[in-house]
Design a protein around this ligand. Structure first.
Ligand code: ATP
Ligand code: MG
Length: 409
């Protein structure tokens, strides 16, 4: 290799990143940058073309894995090495499946890190010497696609989509866009009180002419900073909208946004299938009434059959009404799946929606706002501390009460 190795460090945790950077510099590496997950890491990697990338992986690991996957596809000749405090074989395997060449466990010994980076770079050089031909720099989706689905109407899918996207932006996790794939009854734009000038249908229609910049003209900016690609104002037959084109739109949006939140209808359409296929995470919403659970059972069977990775389906219980006939424990038993998250009942959700504001910004200190914001932070893989963002002081504890709320309610 000509000159000292150039390394990029990707970690959501600033302190770990800084320590690692210092150690690498001491060992005569050139640290080209330190950055968090997602689009920023991708664009920095693309611009600076490091010889190797070190990625910190901590729970929830989905975003770190996605960043590893995107980095390895973007820069196939720059080995990505993961490090983590998770020492079990399954965590290591997942990082390797995502594309990591090595998996180092914490506490990190600087000597081991240096040796691992040097080995990975040397191995890469040998591989390149064996191959002729240039590596293809093929930028793929880098943002996290969060598809919100539920088998029943009125269980809070659009409420979740609008609030989650807003929370991503408010906690500075990155940019967010909501895509409404319900071309018949889609109401995300209405819930956010934004005009529908251009919709998913027009964008899909022109997708072959669109690039990342021109796609922006199809998006409407909400006052929260969230962009919206709404459903058409006049309902149309979804079968006229090409699923392939919608898939391309989602890919383009994921290349330009950190979070693409897809609001689905309550039925399995071809467009829903595309949104599920493109998803990094599927939030499967259910309420606590017997018909919703029955429909969710069917939905899970269909989803598990048609989705490439069952792990990405996360069950969300939304207490959309107070008249619940079941408990969450029953739901877990019937669906044979853990409840990943619970959203509390809050009458204020509807009144906020009436003024076109997601409750997370209209009443940021309510417990439902805190709850959804914590979910956003968990999905984004960042730590949410009340009062350190545009929300002001929330009224709940952060991570401490998380497990209790998740599983013991
Ligand atoms: N946790 C909650 N507490 C109180 N009200 C809620 C809650 N979640 C949703 N709602 C209310 O439930 C109603 C339906 O919500 P929403 O429109 O988000 O459901 P949906 O699943 O998107 O419905 P559709 O399938 O028709 O699109 C809304 O009036 C919303 O304000
Ligand atoms: Mg809806």
């Amino acid at each position: 290799m000509a000159g000292n190795p150039r390394v990029l460090v990707v970690d959501q945790d600033f302190e770990t990143r800084a320590d690692l950077q210092k150690g690498l510099v001491r060992a005569q590496f050139i640290v080209v940058g330190g950055v968090g997950y997602g689009a920023e890491a991708l664009s920095l990697a693309s611009e600076l073309k490091p010889n190797a990338v070190l990625v910190g992986v901590e729970e929830p690991a989905a975003r770190a894995h996605q960043t590893i996957e995107s980095l390895t596809e973007l820069l196939p000749s720059s080995p990505v090495l993961a490090y983590s405090s998770m020492t079990d074989a399954d965590s290591a395997r997942k990082a390797v499946v995502a594309g990591a060449r090595d998996y180092l466990t914490k506490p990190l010994k600087m000597d081991d890190v240096i040796k691992a980076v040097q080995t990975a770079i040397a191995q890469q050089e040998r591989r390149q010497a064996l191959q002729s031909g240039e590596p293809v720099s093929n930028l793929r989706s880098s943002g996290m696609v969060v598809t919100i689905f539920g088998a029943k109407g009125g269980i809070g899918k659009t409420t979740m989509a609008t609030n989650l996207a807003t929370a991503f932006v408010a906690i500075n996790a990155g940019s967010a866009v909501i895509v409404d794939v319900d071309t018949v009854f889609g109401d995300a734009a209405m819930m956010l009180d934004v005009p529908v000038e251009m919709s998913l249908v027009e964008a899909a229609d022109k997708v072959d002419e669109l690039d990342r910049e021109s796609l922006g003209s199809y998006l409407t900016l909400h006052q929260s900073g969230v962009r919206v690609l709404p459903a058409p104002f006049e309902p149309i037959d979804w079968r006229n909208v090409s699923p392939e084109a919608v898939g391309k739109v989602l890919t383009l949006l994921a290349q330009t946004h950190d979070f693409v939140v897809v609001d689905c209808p309550a039925t399995f359409t071809d467009l829903v299938a595309v949104a599920l296929e493109k998803a990094t995470v599927v939030l499967l919403m259910t309420s606590l009434d017997i018909t919703s659970i029955k429909d969710t059972t069917t939905a899970l069977k269909l989803l598990s059959g048609g989705i490439n990775n069952d792990d990405k389906i996360k069950l969300i219980v939304n207490h959309a009404t107070n008249a619940n006939s079941l408990h969450e424990d029953d739901v877990s038993k019937v669906l044979r799946r853990e409840v990943f998250w619970s959203i509390p009942h809050d009458e204020g959700i509807a009144s906020s929606a009436q003024v076109g504001l997601p409750v997370v910004i209209d009443r940021p200190q309510s417990s439902v706002s805190t709850n959804i914001t914590e979910l956003a932070a968990m999905l984004a893989g960042i730590e949410f501390k009340h009062g350190e963002n545009g929300y002001g002081q929330g009224n709940g504890g952060a991570a401490s009460g998380l497990l209790t709320r998740l599983f013991n309610r």
